[in-house]
Design a protein around this ligand. Sequence first.
Ligand code: NI
Length: 136
Amino acid sequence: MGTRGVTKFGASVDPELLQSFDDATRGVGMNRSSAIETAMRGFLAEQKWSTAEEGLVAGALMMIYDHHSRSVVDEILDVQHDFTDVIASSTHVHFDQDNCLEIVAVRGGVGRLRELMHRIEASKGIKQLKLSLLNV
Ligand code: NI
């Protein structure tokens, strides 16, 4: 992250939350400062996606949908054909008898990704949808 040095700051948090955070942090072999940095970067990437007018992001859109709903299967395909400018690839997993898992790799402008997300959210038959983004 360059040679910009570090800034120390104080924060007031719920002690139980801090204890859980420190336990989890130790569990993955990180110190508190690097864990806070990781959490802050994740937060910023999420904020950028939900509010920014412009900016480039990349990540994955993951969804679980009803295999038996022909309308959602068609809709997911149609939407992806309408967003080839931001979709790099997609992987379909026939998860079980009833569920399909689709993982769509995306990169592009936040506004366009927001449009994609809203189109998919509007499809009935989507059981879970998650967009995970990284700042580019
Ligand atoms: Ni399937």
